[in-house]
Design a protein around this ligand. Structure first.
Ligand SMILES: Cc1ncc(COP(=O)(O)O)c(C=O)c1O
Length: 367
């Protein structure tokens, strides 16, 4: 009887739905949400003003081509706006890429602790996600190449990766790209690129500009502080841009997001302030948490992955409960095959200090 009703593709029901970071703690009135890698500085004041101004035009459809936003991004990054597509968050674009380039029986490679939207988008498109092992919580190009098969159509790589915070140097990205067959699409997801302060890092722009099978995805949800508006963009070869433009929703980006995005991308002082804040507190948090005897994976992004001992009373779950009671909300990452770690977003000075104090108390209380 059940076959009589509409059936989704088999892969759809194999998906474990994405569970976002918690935003509240029962019984706690003052909460510090450090679970979704949002910026503690909030958006540019210019972006907030631009968003508010859209209130007078809510009856009008947005510009379906996002022309002004693509031009603003093009100006900020020195890119051809015709090779940019905007989306309702970069999630939208990752799903559109999977939709356009994967079919039943195909495979898409990602890495063991890679961003969860990749296997979700892959399964949703009827294809099979193949997880390549990482080394030291870092994507390993050799393992990714070993996972290639005749069925591979996409390789997804978050650089830096969420939730590990690690990155792959540009030389290694080039080595990966060189070894891929030309029909395989390399998707470089650079959601945290603005935070990276490493000379050997490149977000993907150079590789997209010089090849026919690389796409870079970016987001306004992180350093620009516009996660609520759902805004992302991709830069790719003309033929990929053309394919995505054919299948995306005709008005997939709303007017408020576009207005705020145009203002945000032009506010370099605000971006620089967010980078400087992150640089200072990322280093401080990593050091202070290590001093407590916990292992912190070296991060170049706006969050840290903290590993806990597998000892009753001291596990990540115990720490999560301890911190939550104090209104400090970190992210459990068991779904990323990291059952004994928590991911913490770099927060305000107050939040960062409170977490370190609470962790010290947690460690002290269990020794
Ligand atoms: C690696 C990575 N890519 C993409 C996204 C999605 O961003 P957006 O809010 O633009 O959909 C995130 C958000 O957590 C992320 O960590």
């Amino acid at each position: 009887m059940s076959m009589q009703r509409p059936q989704p593709r088999p892969g759809v029901l194999a998906i474990d739905p994405y569970v976002p970071g918690k935003s509240s703690a029962p019984g706690v009135s003052r909460v510090f949400k450090l679970s979704s890698n949002e910026t503690p500085l909030g958006p540019s004041p210019n972006a907030i003003a631009a968003y508010r101004a859209v209130a007078d035009r809510l009856a009008d459809y947005p510009d379906g081509a996002a022309t002004a936003l693509r031009e603003a991004i093009g100006r900020a990054f020195g890119l051809d706006p015709d090779r940019i597509v905007c989306g309702a968050g970069s999630d939208d674009l990752l799903n559109l890429l999977a939709d356009a380039y994967l079919r039943d029986g195909d495979e898409a490679i990602y890495t063991t602790h890679g961003f969860l939207v990749y296997p979700i988008a892959t399964l949703g498109s009827g294809a099979k996600p193949i997880a390549a092992a990482e080394k030291n919580y870092t994507a390993d190009v050799d393992a990714m190449l070993a996972a290639l098969s005749e069925r591979t159509k996409i390789v997804f790589l978050a650089n830096p990766n969420n939730p590990t915070g690690t990155y792959v140097a540009f030389d290694e990205i080039k080595r990966l790209h060189c070894a891929l067959p030309p029909h395989v699409l390399l998707v470089l997801d650079a959601a945290y690129a603005e935070y990276v302060r490493r000379n050997d890092y490149e977000s993907g722009i150079e590789l997209v500009a010089t090849s026919d099978n690389v796409v870079m995805c970016r987001t306004f949800s992180k350093i620009h502080g516009l996660a609520a508006l759902r805004l992302g963009w991709m830069y790719g070869p003309t033929h990929v841009v053309d394919a995505i433009n054919r299948i995306r929703g005709p008005f997939n980006v709303n007017s408020a997001a576009m207005a705020a995005g145009i203002a945000a991308v032009a506010d370099s002082a605000h971006i620089e302030a967010a980078r400087a804040h992150n640089e200072r507190w990322l280093a401080w948090l990593s050091d202070e948490i290590r001093k407590l005897g916990l292992v912190v994976t070296p991060s170049v992004a706006n969050f840290v992955l903290i590993h806990f001992p597998e000892i009753k009373g001291r596990t990540a779950a115990d720490a999560d409960a301890f911190l939550s009671k104090r209104g400090l909300i970190l992210r459990r990452v068991a779904a990323y095959h990291l059952p004994n770690a928590l991911r913490m977003t770099v927060g305000t000075e107050e939040a960062n200090r409170l977490v370190v104090e609470a962790l010290a108390e947690f460690i002290g209380s269990t020794t």
